[in-house]
Design a protein around this ligand. Structure first.
Ligand code: UD1
Length: 366
């Protein structure tokens, strides 16, 4: 029996682990899947709503680490994770994405000689000012099995010397969740509850430290939204970090002056998917949304200077616009004037990535 310890910690991990756990559950005689939540995120809206919406089973273990500086958070996860690994001696630990939990757990496991599988390997922004880039680089270096979402990721790994035999291009597990949950999301009433109709609004998310921890940049982005909301309603479900900084930098006043701009608390997976599906366009600094909008065919303006997901630009609906308020407004107006970028769905983003991953793991271990 193959004992696999699956790790999650933060919101963007949950939609990636859900389809993998479902797939593992199809082999009760061959796989014993365990789920560990580090507790990096802990708010109801950041965690519980996602477990419910995505039918993720209750974790077997919860480390309850919470927030802190990067070093504190990473260290706390490592210290709590090591005894768990020693007690359970899993054959494999499986980590997803690029959050601090991903890095911390792969570091612990590899030092204990436990094999590590990394889902969503090889993505690179080539910008180490973004903490996730460091998490991606180190996790990939330590991993034994690297599962990728796009051919550019394979190339990035090969360039840093990862042997080809360790790399498996399997597609995108986050899209497995999206395609499975879309029919349910379309039943939700969130649009009508907020007085929204198909494509009569644009959706915003913003939480990167580079954007919301700097009051000048954050204020500039709000200026851009202020101009855009003269043309279309803006809906902004805000991350806890973003909400705290809006208060701290006294930017709430700016928002009060925008009649067409609505802030919501963080939403669950299905409500958020429902909003994204019917949005005229999305403005975001998230990684995952760049991919999800590409699959939904919704135009996406990425409010960052770089992206680790270039395929969403070369193939998809994503456009990297940076942080200049004028440029953001110009691109939003282009979309409103009917000149949105068209895109197509990248190869293997077809809903079956987790099936390919679990099959490959079984082949490797049995
Ligand atoms: C983390 C990930 C990021 C991901 C994001 C999605 C890292 C390095 N970053 O960033 O890649 O895109 O999650 O959400 O792992 N907070 C709460 N409640 C929560 C969680 C956080 O109030 O449930 C607040 C705390 O004040 C905390 C801050 O948000 O200090 C930041 O949380 P943290 O987990 O450190 O990083 P995120 O910005 O959420």
């Amino acid at each position: 029996m193959l004992r696999i310890l699956n790790v999650v910690g933060a919101r963007p991990n949950f939609m990636k682990i859900a389809p993998i756990l479902k797939e593992m559950a199809r082999y009760p005689d061959r796989i014993q899947p365990l789920l560990l939540n580090t507790g990096q995120h802990y708010d109801l809206e950041m965690v519980d709503l996602f477990f419910q919406d995505l039918d993720i089973p209750k974790p077997d273990l919860n480390l309850g680490v919470g927030s802190g500086t990067h070093a504190q958070q990473t260290a706390r996860i490592m210290m709590a994770f090591e005894p768990v690994c020693l007690e359970l001696s899993p054959h494999l630990i499986l980590v997803v994405g690029d959050v601090n939990s991903t890095l911390a757990c792969s570091l612990v496991a590899s030092k204990l000689g436990i094999k590590v599988a990394h889902i969503e390997s090889g993505l690179r922004s080539f910008d180490r000012s973004m903490p996730e880039e460091i998490n991606r680089e180190v996790t990939d270096l330590l991993s034994d099995y690297l599962f990728t979402t796009s051919p550019d990721a394979d190339e990035n790994l090969i360039k840093v010397g990862v042997p080809k035999e360790k790399i498996f291009f399997v597609g995108n597990v986050m899209i497995d969740s999206l395609l499975e949950q879309l029919p349910k999301a379309r039943q939700r009433t969130i649009l009508s509850r907020h007085n929204l109709q198909n494509t009569d609004y644009a959706l915003i998310t913003l939480h990167r430290p580079a954007n919301v921890d700097d009051s000048r940049i954050f204020a500039g982005l709000l200026d851009a939204f202020g101009a855009i909301q003269n043309r279309i309603k803006l809906i902004f479900p805000a991350h806890p970090r973003t909400l705290k900084n809006l208060e701290k930098f006294k930017l709430i006043e700016k928002i009060r002056q925008m009649p067409n701009f609505q802030i919501l608390p963080p939403l669950g997976y299905l409500d958020f998917l429902a909003l994204m599906d019917k949005a005229k366009f999305v403005m975001t600094d998230s990684g995952g949304l760049q991919e999800e909008t590409t699959v939904l065919g919704v135009p996406c303006l990425t409010l960052r200077e770089n992206t680790e997901r270039p395929i969403t630009i070369t193939a998809g609906t994503n456009l990297l616009v940076g942080l200049d308020p004028d440029k953001i407004v110009t691109e939003a107006v282009r979309i409103l004037d009917g000149k949105a970028k068209q895109g197509k769905v990248p190869p293997l983003w077809d809903g079956s990535a987790s099936e390919r991953i679990v099959q490959k793991i079984l082949d490797l271990f049995e």
